[in-house]
Design a protein around this ligand. Structure first.
Ligand SMILES: [Zn+2]
Length: 76
């Protein structure tokens, strides 16, 4: 399992909690909605490590800006 962080945020009050997994978040969200009638929003934040690494890897090549300027292809 990856390290997920689920943030539950109410749009109508100060309720804001983060949970380590989706199941707990759902329960808390439902509890709050049922208990208060509020409209609760939630979002899943994955730990940035893997995402940042993938982004950096993709940046090494694949865009014209990061081609090697010393390449013979540029010398013309
Ligand atoms: Zn609320």
């Amino acid at each position: 399992m990856g390290e997920e962080n689920v943030v539950v945020e109410c749009r109508k009050c100060e309720f804001l909690e983060s949970y380590a997994n989706l199941g707990r978040a759902r329960v808390a969200l439902n509890d709050h909605e049922v208990g208060t009638g509020h409209d609760v929003d939630w979002q899943i934040n994955h730990v940035a490590d893997g995402v940042e690494r993938a982004g950096a890897d993709a940046g090494i090549c694949g865009t014209t800006n990061c081609e090697n300027p010393d390449s013979a292809l540029f010398d013309w």
